[in-house]
Write a protein that binds this ligand. Structure first.
Ligand code: AMP
Length: 224
Protein backbone atom coordinates (compact mmCIF):
# COMPACT_ATOMS: atom_id res chain seq x y z
CA UNK A 1 0.00 0.00 0.00
CA UNK A 2 2.78 2.42 0.90
CA UNK A 3 4.96 3.77 -1.85
CA UNK A 4 8.52 2.36 -1.86
CA UNK A 5 11.03 4.12 0.44
CA UNK A 6 8.24 5.80 2.35
CA UNK A 7 8.45 5.51 6.12
CA UNK A 8 5.07 6.39 7.52
CA UNK A 9 5.64 5.80 11.18
CA UNK A 10 3.60 5.97 14.38
CA UNK A 11 5.33 6.06 17.77
CA UNK A 12 3.02 4.50 20.33
CA UNK A 13 3.62 4.53 24.06
CA UNK A 14 2.39 5.75 27.41
CA UNK A 15 3.24 9.23 28.66
CA UNK A 16 6.85 9.02 29.83
CA UNK A 17 7.75 6.04 27.64
CA UNK A 18 10.32 8.13 25.76
CA UNK A 19 8.39 8.99 22.61
CA UNK A 20 9.80 12.52 22.48
CA UNK A 21 13.39 11.36 23.03
CA UNK A 22 13.17 8.63 20.41
CA UNK A 23 11.40 11.00 18.04
CA UNK A 24 14.34 13.46 18.22
CA UNK A 25 16.73 10.66 17.27
CA UNK A 26 14.51 9.26 14.50
CA UNK A 27 14.15 12.70 12.96
CA UNK A 28 17.92 13.25 13.06
CA UNK A 29 18.70 9.85 11.47
CA UNK A 30 15.89 9.47 8.93
CA UNK A 31 14.96 13.09 8.20
CA UNK A 32 11.26 12.48 8.74
CA UNK A 33 9.05 15.43 9.67
CA UNK A 34 8.05 15.11 13.33
CA UNK A 35 4.33 15.46 13.88
CA UNK A 36 3.60 15.65 17.60
CA UNK A 37 -0.02 16.44 18.40
CA UNK A 38 1.00 17.34 21.97
CA UNK A 39 3.49 19.93 20.63
CA UNK A 40 0.91 21.25 18.15
CA UNK A 41 -1.72 21.61 20.87
CA UNK A 42 0.73 23.29 23.29
CA UNK A 43 1.65 25.75 20.52
CA UNK A 44 -2.07 26.43 19.94
CA UNK A 45 -2.57 27.05 23.67
CA UNK A 46 0.47 29.38 23.80
CA UNK A 47 -0.78 31.21 20.70
CA UNK A 48 -4.26 31.66 22.20
CA UNK A 49 -5.98 30.27 19.07
CA UNK A 50 -9.52 28.91 19.14
CA UNK A 51 -8.16 25.34 19.00
CA UNK A 52 -5.84 26.19 21.89
CA UNK A 53 -8.66 27.58 24.02
CA UNK A 54 -10.75 24.48 23.40
CA UNK A 55 -7.86 22.07 24.07
CA UNK A 56 -6.48 23.66 27.24
CA UNK A 57 -9.03 22.45 29.76
CA UNK A 58 -8.64 18.84 28.61
CA UNK A 59 -4.84 19.03 28.63
CA UNK A 60 -4.73 20.59 32.10
CA UNK A 61 -6.81 17.70 33.44
CA UNK A 62 -4.76 15.03 31.66
CA UNK A 63 -7.77 14.09 29.52
CA UNK A 64 -7.75 13.60 25.77
CA UNK A 65 -8.69 16.51 23.56
CA UNK A 66 -11.76 15.61 21.42
CA UNK A 67 -10.89 13.46 18.39
CA UNK A 68 -12.36 15.99 15.97
CA UNK A 69 -9.98 18.75 17.08
CA UNK A 70 -6.86 16.58 16.94
CA UNK A 71 -7.74 14.93 13.63
CA UNK A 72 -8.23 18.38 12.10
CA UNK A 73 -4.69 19.38 13.17
CA UNK A 74 -3.18 16.16 11.78
CA UNK A 75 -5.09 16.34 8.50
CA UNK A 76 -3.76 19.85 7.86
CA UNK A 77 -0.22 18.92 8.83
CA UNK A 78 -0.14 15.78 6.65
CA UNK A 79 -1.27 17.84 3.67
CA UNK A 80 1.96 19.89 3.81
CA UNK A 81 4.56 19.15 1.15
CA UNK A 82 7.33 17.83 3.42
CA UNK A 83 5.51 14.59 4.29
CA UNK A 84 5.80 13.04 0.80
CA UNK A 85 8.60 10.61 1.71
CA UNK A 86 7.19 9.80 5.10
CA UNK A 87 6.47 11.20 8.54
CA UNK A 88 6.75 10.41 12.20
CA UNK A 89 3.55 10.68 14.21
CA UNK A 90 4.19 11.08 17.94
CA UNK A 91 1.26 11.00 20.35
CA UNK A 92 -1.27 10.35 17.58
CA UNK A 93 -3.41 8.32 17.20
CA UNK A 94 -4.51 7.89 20.81
CA UNK A 95 -7.94 6.31 20.29
CA UNK A 96 -9.31 3.63 17.95
CA UNK A 97 -11.46 6.32 16.32
CA UNK A 98 -8.36 8.43 15.60
CA UNK A 99 -6.58 5.35 14.19
CA UNK A 100 -9.49 4.55 11.87
CA UNK A 101 -9.72 8.15 10.72
CA UNK A 102 -5.95 8.21 10.08
CA UNK A 103 -6.19 5.01 8.02
CA UNK A 104 -8.98 6.58 5.95
CA UNK A 105 -7.06 9.83 5.51
CA UNK A 106 -3.96 8.01 4.29
CA UNK A 107 -5.94 5.61 2.10
CA UNK A 108 -7.56 8.59 0.34
CA UNK A 109 -4.04 9.70 -0.60
CA UNK A 110 -3.08 6.15 -1.72
CA UNK A 111 -0.87 5.73 1.31
CA UNK A 112 -0.73 3.69 4.49
CA UNK A 113 1.28 3.34 7.67
CA UNK A 114 4.48 1.31 7.29
CA UNK A 115 5.60 0.95 10.93
CA UNK A 116 4.00 1.30 14.34
CA UNK A 117 6.64 1.27 17.06
CA UNK A 118 5.40 0.59 20.57
CA UNK A 119 7.68 1.80 23.37
CA UNK A 120 6.93 -0.55 26.23
CA UNK A 121 7.89 0.68 29.73
CA UNK A 122 6.65 -0.59 33.14
CA UNK A 123 4.23 1.73 34.96
CA UNK A 124 6.45 2.47 38.03
CA UNK A 125 9.20 3.67 35.76
CA UNK A 126 6.78 5.89 33.82
CA UNK A 127 5.78 7.79 36.97
CA UNK A 128 9.44 8.27 37.97
CA UNK A 129 10.37 9.49 34.52
CA UNK A 130 7.49 11.95 34.23
CA UNK A 131 7.98 13.45 37.68
CA UNK A 132 11.63 14.32 36.88
CA UNK A 133 11.04 15.50 33.35
CA UNK A 134 12.08 19.04 32.36
CA UNK A 135 11.88 20.81 29.01
CA UNK A 136 13.63 23.80 27.50
CA UNK A 137 11.28 26.73 27.08
CA UNK A 138 13.18 27.93 24.02
CA UNK A 139 14.21 24.89 21.92
CA UNK A 140 12.04 22.18 23.50
CA UNK A 141 14.90 19.79 24.33
CA UNK A 142 13.98 17.27 27.05
CA UNK A 143 15.96 16.47 30.23
CA UNK A 144 15.48 14.42 33.40
CA UNK A 145 16.67 15.75 36.76
CA UNK A 146 18.24 12.38 37.68
CA UNK A 147 18.73 10.34 34.50
CA UNK A 148 19.68 13.08 32.04
CA UNK A 149 20.42 16.33 33.89
CA UNK A 150 21.72 19.45 32.13
CA UNK A 151 25.28 20.60 32.96
CA UNK A 152 23.84 23.61 34.84
CA UNK A 153 20.66 23.11 36.81
CA UNK A 154 17.64 24.69 35.13
CA UNK A 155 19.54 25.73 31.99
CA UNK A 156 19.45 24.09 28.55
CA UNK A 157 22.83 22.70 27.38
CA UNK A 158 21.98 23.39 23.76
CA UNK A 159 20.62 26.94 23.73
CA UNK A 160 20.92 28.28 27.29
CA UNK A 161 17.11 28.52 27.59
CA UNK A 162 15.26 28.13 30.86
CA UNK A 163 14.06 24.61 31.76
CA UNK A 164 10.51 24.10 33.02
CA UNK A 165 8.19 21.33 34.15
CA UNK A 166 5.07 20.74 32.09
CA UNK A 167 1.92 21.65 34.03
CA UNK A 168 0.49 18.20 33.30
CA UNK A 169 3.57 16.41 34.72
CA UNK A 170 2.41 16.91 38.32
CA UNK A 171 1.67 13.61 40.06
CA UNK A 172 -2.15 13.68 40.11
CA UNK A 173 -2.37 14.61 36.43
CA UNK A 174 0.28 12.03 35.56
CA UNK A 175 -1.79 9.28 37.22
CA UNK A 176 -4.83 10.37 35.23
CA UNK A 177 -2.87 10.49 31.97
CA UNK A 178 -1.67 6.93 32.58
CA UNK A 179 -5.23 5.75 33.32
CA UNK A 180 -6.44 7.46 30.15
CA UNK A 181 -3.63 5.78 28.22
CA UNK A 182 -4.57 2.32 29.49
CA UNK A 183 -8.28 2.78 28.80
CA UNK A 184 -8.21 4.62 25.47
CA UNK A 185 -4.83 4.21 23.79
CA UNK A 186 -3.54 0.76 24.76
CA UNK A 187 -6.21 -0.98 22.60
CA UNK A 188 -4.26 0.38 19.62
CA UNK A 189 -1.54 -2.19 20.29
CA UNK A 190 -3.91 -5.00 19.27
CA UNK A 191 -5.41 -2.87 16.50
CA UNK A 192 -2.02 -2.50 14.82
CA UNK A 193 -0.85 -6.01 15.68
CA UNK A 194 -3.87 -7.22 13.71
CA UNK A 195 -2.68 -5.19 10.74
CA UNK A 196 0.80 -6.74 10.90
CA UNK A 197 2.68 -3.45 11.33
CA UNK A 198 3.27 -3.45 15.09
CA UNK A 199 6.85 -3.63 16.41
CA UNK A 200 7.76 -3.43 20.08
CA UNK A 201 10.83 -1.79 21.59
CA UNK A 202 11.16 -2.54 25.26
CA UNK A 203 12.20 0.62 27.09
CA UNK A 204 12.19 -0.62 30.71
CA UNK A 205 15.50 0.08 32.47
CA UNK A 206 17.18 0.97 29.21
CA UNK A 207 19.16 4.00 28.12
CA UNK A 208 17.76 6.03 25.21
CA UNK A 209 20.67 4.87 22.99
CA UNK A 210 19.86 1.21 23.64
CA UNK A 211 16.20 1.75 22.79
CA UNK A 212 17.19 3.66 19.67
CA UNK A 213 19.31 0.73 18.48
CA UNK A 214 16.18 -1.41 18.51
CA UNK A 215 14.19 1.36 16.81
CA UNK A 216 16.72 1.55 13.97
CA UNK A 217 16.57 -2.25 13.51
CA UNK A 218 12.84 -1.88 13.09
CA UNK A 219 13.00 1.07 10.71
CA UNK A 220 15.82 -0.47 8.67
CA UNK A 221 13.66 -3.54 8.22
CA UNK A 222 16.04 -5.86 10.08
CA UNK A 223 13.62 -6.74 12.86
CA UNK A 224 10.10 -7.94 13.31
P1 AMP B 1 1.65 14.67 24.88
O1 AMP B 1 2.62 15.78 24.76
O2 AMP B 1 1.64 13.77 23.67
O3 AMP B 1 1.78 13.90 26.16
O4 AMP B 1 0.18 15.35 24.90
C1 AMP B 1 -0.18 16.24 25.93
C2 AMP B 1 -1.69 16.35 26.01
O5 AMP B 1 -2.20 16.83 24.76
C3 AMP B 1 -2.43 15.06 26.27
O6 AMP B 1 -2.50 14.72 27.64
C4 AMP B 1 -3.79 15.36 25.67
O7 AMP B 1 -4.55 16.20 26.53
C5 AMP B 1 -3.44 16.18 24.45
N1 AMP B 1 -3.22 15.32 23.26
C6 AMP B 1 -2.05 15.14 22.57
N2 AMP B 1 -2.23 14.30 21.53
C7 AMP B 1 -3.54 13.94 21.57
C8 AMP B 1 -4.34 13.07 20.77
N3 AMP B 1 -3.82 12.37 19.74
N4 AMP B 1 -5.65 12.95 21.10
C9 AMP B 1 -6.19 13.63 22.13
N5 AMP B 1 -5.50 14.44 22.93
C10 AMP B 1 -4.18 14.61 22.66
Amino acid sequence: MARPRERNVVLLGAPGSGKGTQAERIVARYGLPHISTGDMLRAAVAGGTETGREAKRYMDAGELVPDEVVIGCVRERLAEGDTGDGFLLDGFPRTIDQAERLDALLADAGRGLTHVIQLDVPEDELVERLAGRRLCRVCGKGYHVVFDPPAREGVCDVCGGELYQRADDDEATVRNRLAVYRAQTEPLVEYYRGRGILHTASGGGKLPDEVFERVTEILDGAAS
